[in-house]
Design a protein around this ligand. Structure first.
Ligand SMILES: [Zn+2]
Length: 143
């Protein structure tokens, strides 16, 4: 049962390459890939986008990052998303380095801060898949 989205929103279908990533989401762990030269990247691929190595491992991300950019979807792209608008599509720079497209939740478009600290939250959209979204980190001393 989704916390942040309506039931009509389609959920990802894992491929052989992305299956470990989605399996980890069930345990609320965000996985990135790293190659034998230490390049770390997201999204899941068969080869490192930097050096083309196929010697890859999964590493767990901290779930913390900063908002690089965002846009607000004021109109749905398809009827499946009609109940969700407006929603904030965000580019997050993870503390580990890779940039990840996700949703920014638990905030309003007028309150969004570029470069603001964000943290991972999970949305259990099916028994097999949880979606990694982000929310602003509450500022220390904020009312
Ligand atoms: Zn590499």
């Amino acid at each position: 049962m989704s916390t942040y989205r309506k039931e009509t929103v389609p959920i990802p279908v894992p491929s052989p390459i992305t299956q470990p990533f989605w399996d980890a989401t069930k345990e609320h762990r965000l996985l990135l890939q790293t190659c034998d030269s230490g390049h770390i990247f997201y999204y899941a691929r068969s080869h490192c986008p930097n050096c083309l190595s196929s010697q890859l491992e999964w590493v767990e991300a901290s779930g913390r990052g900063k908002l690089y950019s965002y846009t607000v979807a004021w109109r749905e792209q398809s009827p499946d998303f009609a109940a969700d608008v407006p929603y904030i599509i965000a580019a997050i720079t993870l503390d580990e380095g890779p940039r990840m497209t996700s949703l920014l939740v638990e905030t309003k478009p007028e309150d969004v801060e570029i470069d603001g600290a964000v943290e991972l939250v999970w949305d259990d959209v099916s028994p097999e898949i949880s979606m990694p979204y982000f929310r602003p980190v509450a500022k220390v001393g904020a009312a």
